[in-house]
Design a protein around this ligand. Sequence first.
Ligand code: GLN
Length: 192
Amino acid sequence: MKVGVLSLQGAFREHREVLDALGVEPVEVRVPEQLSGTDALVLPGGESTTMSKLLETSGLFDPVADLVAQGMPVLGTCAGMILLATEVLDGRPDQRRFGAIDVSVRRNAYGRQVDSFEAELDVAGLDGGPFPGVFIRAPVVDHAGDEVEVLAAHDGKPVLARQGAVWVSSFHPELSGDLRLHQWFLRESAER
Ligand code: GLN
């Protein structure tokens, strides 16, 4: 399985390392040609406003939007989640998004950088005990639509969710040293 990791900015190396460890072929995606032959995509954490800009200047925005609309499995973490959301609150007015999962997210709503935190998360359907959630200037999910399956919550707000092949987390599974969420995403994506 070939998994593209959007590598314009942010924590793409860490995702690549997790994918490597799980025995799939990670492809660093910086230009549209690198999307060809990929079976799934990962949109990492970082800065969603910067990523939005770089997606446009690299010519990647439209091809990624098309693939996601066609049902390509995609995992978006933190800024990646913001990019996949239908609504972004406290974003920049020119910030673009793919609108692939029916959630409304508020940027930086858990507080400032110093307020980054870790929390043990109970994840529905995941064996092996709680998942260590690493939150860094994370977005808060204000609202999730009926089609959205919430897999974990923290302080009453969804932090891990999926809608069909689109998976999002407001935390950083790639920084936790726990491979189970990537493993689950890959297993389900391979079945599609
Ligand atoms: N605050 C960032 C944003 O708005 C997301 C933070 C992250 O990805 N760690 O894009």
